[in-house]
Write a new protein. Structure first.
Length: 315
């Protein structure tokens, strides 16, 4: 099988891939075409169907496994597949494990490191919240360790939520060594819990798509609700501490236009927002570099609102 990470411009492609999405579009000249995202365990690649008469293109849709015949090209420095024809595949023709993108980091080691951070939280109430989720709730743990952190923007792979959460928590731990006024127990707990709602917002692979409740409420609100429900089960949980923890989760996107219902008003909420934003952007940049066909200018990116440059070029 020709994995996506091994494709290069000029390669002839004839293999089975998972169709993550398929959407119709129109060129500036009014000519119809299809935007397709192909996926295997090594990542995703943009693909186009330029000829509406191409064989088999009307037979498949998003979430189908398809045999693709086409050619790899380069567009604005990024790999792109021109699909000449396609065929929908039947069960038995493919192994799903080959098409589910997975974190390159060891899941067991990451979770062990996360448990180490949990053990370092001294506040009995916050520690209890973390134990209820990450030690006692086996169903949640299984979902958390398998979930992605996003549909497509960053960490969009199995184990992505765990990888992102650990990175954010470690950044927050570093902040605490530099800024003594931060409440470490609150910040570490908020960092570990900030995206727990994504276990309900996104469906499992291979779909990795928004659920109904994900579309209706989103992971920020659902995550705060999950914390609120756990707090109600803990006798004597301080009301102010509950409000501070839920605020950190509600405000972790920083701005109302980015989905947070509240802007940060706590020092810990500001720190969490910065750590979350840093890890998301660094991972996004890393994935863009990995998908580039050559070093140098990588093209305009909407997240960064800039034409990005790959610094791996030789001087």
């Amino acid at each position: 099988m020709k994995f996506i990470k091994d494709m290069k411009p000029g390669d002839r492609i004839q293999d089975i891939y998972f169709c993550k999405s398929k959407t119709p579009a129109t060129t500036k000249n009014g000519k119809p075409y299809d935007n397709v995202i192909l996926q295997d365990k090594t990542g995703c690649v943009d693909a186009k169907i330029w000829d509406p008469n191409s064989a088999g293109i009307d037979d498949f849709d998003s979430k189908d496994f398809i045999e693709v015949c086409g050619e790899a090209t380069s567009f604005n420095g990024m790999l792109q597949i021109n699909i000449k024809r396609a065929r929908i595949c039947r069960e038995g023709e493919y192994d799903q494990a080959l098409y589910m993108p997975v974190s390159s980091k060891d899941n067991d080691e990451m979770f062990k490191e996360l448990l180490g951070l949990i053990a370092s939280v001294k506040n009995q109430y916050l520690h209890r919240i973390l134990d209820m989720l990450f030690v006692e709730d086996k169903e949640f743990i299984a979902a958390f360790r398998k979930s992605s952190a996003a549909k497509s923007v960053h960490h969009g792979f199995i184990g992505g939520l765990l990888e992102h959460t650990l990175s954010v928590a470690k950044l927050c731990d570093y902040y605490c060594t530099s800024y003594a006024s931060l409440n470490r127990d609150l910040l570490i707990t908020a960092a570990i819990c900030h995206d727990i709602g994504k276990t309900k917002e996104l469906s499992a692979f291979p779909e990795n798509d928004y659920t109904d409740c994900g579309n209706f409420m989103g992971h920020i609100v659902m995550g705060a609700q999950m914390i609120h429900d756990l707090v109600r089960q803990i006798d004597g949980f301080p009301t102010l501490l509950d409000q501070e923890l839920e605020h950190c989760i509600l405000a972790h996107h920083g701005q109302l236009e980015y989905g947070s219902p509240k802007k940060p008003v706590l020092m810990e909420a500001v720190a969490l927002n910065m750590a979350d934003d840093t890890d998301a952007k660094m991972e996004t940049f890393k994935e863009i570099r990995e998908n580039a066909t050559e070093p140098g200018w990588l093209g305009f990116n909407r997240l960064f609102e800039s034409n990005l440059f790959d610094t791996r070029v030789e001087y």
